[in-house]
Write a protein that binds this ligand. Structure first.
Ligand SMILES: [Zn+2]
Ligand SMILES: [Zn+2]
Length: 343
């Protein structure tokens, strides 16, 4: 099988190796599409320190079950699935509450260096980490389930109410996913988008968001909820200065590890600041529903589809100052939709 190995920062190479066989409790998934995540790009350049040389990345994958270990029940060869890359220990309080994203012993397939990811023809996944797909959802759009689930989780934590003003900070693929998910989960919210890149901003306004510049005077009514898909000192500041008292801010973005905030705006304004990381299995199923409900809108989130052979050059493009507005998918196999058809 082919696998894309991060040989060193800035260097991805296509390897040919033996197909892995699933150990007890696991299944082998023939990867159809693998999305390229912002964290993979920062891992590729080495800027986030969250990837290691020699690893196979890829955690946003759709595919078809290829084989199962003898002890696996309830999964059949040929099942169309997406993978939940977040693997909890299964025994701690967080895992028992269904919140594996809070497990202190979690690993993430394609992120944790010892867990080979889905930039390969085949990925090994615990059977409990498969999410079944409805026939109506294409494998291509299903590669968006993981980033959509990140958005759904943040929205669940922010609890937007009918009629509220929700500001989304950052219109990259995660911000775009938040705008799309809000249109289904809270269609009565008034959604604003703050994004300096015109192509990304247009993608979000086409999904129903209104452009918003938190730096301008008269930015409009104070917002009730901020979803920060950037995590930069400036977006933390915007979240605390453009919201009403009693507002909520949910931060997904990982731009900066250390920030200074206006603590008095937080305390005397009774504002709350909530971190959001990954998703629960329920969020993944909701993401499947969002994509199945809005396939045309979801399709606008995919900028291009490339082959594994084109991936190294694609990472350089994504790390450049002029990346595409939306998501890039790597197509490993799709019998229904040849790669050429997407060009
Ligand atoms: Zn991701
Ligand atoms: Zn655990």
């Amino acid at each position: 099988m082919r696998s894309l190995v991060l040989e060193d920062f800035g260097r991805l190479t296509l390897h040919h190796e033996e197909e892995p066989h699933p150990p007890a409790g696991c299944v082998a998934v023939a990867v159809a599409y693998s999305g390229i995540c912002g964290t993979d790009i920062h891992g590729y350049t080495g800027s986030n320190g969250r990837r290691r040389s020699g690893q196979v990345m890829g955690h946003e994958a759709s595919g078809v079950v290829l084989s199962t270990a003898a002890d696996v029940v309830g999964v059949s060869i040929g099942d169309r699935v997406v993978i939940n890359p977040l693997v909890g220990c299964g025994a701690c309080g967080a895992c028992l509450r269904g919140q594996a994203q809070q497990c202190p012993d979690q690993s993430v397939i394609g992120v944790t260096p010892s867990s080979p990811g889905a930039y390969a023809d085949v990925v090994i996944v615990p059977a409990g980490n498969l999410v079944a797909l409805p026939a109506a959802l294409s494998l291509r759009l299903a590669a968006l389930v993981e980033p959509l689930a990140v958005a759904v989780h943040a929205i669940e934590l922010g609890r937007p109410q009918r009629g509220e003003v929700v500001a989304v900070l950052g219109g990259g693929p995660i911000g775009q996913s938040v705008v799309l998910a809000l249109s289904v989960l809270e269609p009565q919210a008034r959604v604003l988008i703050s994004e300096p890149n015109a192509d990304r901003r247009r993608l979000c306004t086409d999904l129903g968001a209104l452009p918003f510049d938190p730096g301008s005077t008269g930015a409009g009514a104070p917002t009730d909820l901020v979803i920060d898909a950037v995590g930069h000192p400036a977006t933390y500041a915007a979240a605390l200065s453009t919201t009403r008292r009693g507002s909520r801010t949910v931060v997904i973005g990982l731009h900066s590890q250390q920030v200074t905030i206006d603590a008095f705006a937080l305390t005397t304004g009774e504002r709350s600041l909530h971190g959001s990381y990954c998703y629960t299995p329920t969020d993944l199923r909701r993401a499947v529903d969002v994509l199945t409900t809005r396939p045309q809108q979801a399709a606008t989130l995919v900028s291009t589809v490339v082959s594994p052979e084109e991936s190294a050059a694609t990472f350089d493009w994504l790390a450049s100052p002029a990346p595409p507005a939306g998501k890039v998918l790597i197509c490993f196999t799709d019998t229904n939709e040849p790669v050429a058809a997407h060009r």
